[in-house]
Write a protein that binds this ligand. Structure first.
Ligand code: NI
Length: 175
């Protein structure tokens, strides 16, 4: 197993829609390194394009926040319905040292495939719904900071440019 380098804000790979996974059997061999990387970086979710793979899948594990939880692997995920609204602070391994409170739907209905190729349609809420929406955004070329108001976005633009250039901002901020 190996900890993989995280692709940072500014890399074009994170601004394009990830390629659909046609053969789900290509996914299991990638999972050990992805989980090791996510745990090493203390992330709750990791999209494949964040480790340089142009593939539409993500892993999620919020079990250190919620004891009854377990790792999730979502391949070709699509949010079919969403409802409610919730404000929660988010961060991103691809945008280090920056955190911001983001408003998102509280509950989502997601269709995805698992590594055996089986299709699931499942309702998620709370923190799990939050992380899934963040990762599905990644797979669609979207960052959580894209949901900020223009005024708040302006407050981090310089830091984003620094991340694109050097991989980290000179100072952190929580919005
Ligand atoms: Ni992220």
């Amino acid at each position: 197993m190996a900890v993989l380098p995280i692709v940072k804000y500014g890399d074009p790979l994170l601004r394009k829609k990830a390629e659909r996974v046609i053969d789900v059997q290509t996914v299991p061999g990638l999972l050990d390194d992805m989980f090791e990387t996510m745990y090493e970086e203390a992330g709750m979710g990791l999209a494949a394009n964040q480790v340089g793979l142009d593939m539409n899948f993500a892993i999620i594990d919020i079990s250190h926040e919620d004891e009854g939880e377990f790792p999730h692997i979502i391949i070709n995920p699509e949010i079919l319905e969403s409802s409610g609204s919730d404000d929660l602070e988010e961060g991103c391994l691809s945008i280090p040292e920056i955190r911001a409170t983001i408003s998102r739907p509280e509950e989502v209905l997601v269709e995805y495939q698992d590594p055996t190729g089986e299709t699931h349609r499942e309702q998620f809420n709370g923190l799990l719904a939050r992380v899934i929406q963040h990762e599905v955004d990644h797979l669609n070329g979207v960052f959580y900071i894209d949901h900020l108001t223009p005024v708040k976005r302006a407050m981090i633009n310089k830091r984003l440019a620094e991340i694109a250039e050097t991989g980290a901002p000179s100072t952190g901020i929580t919005l």
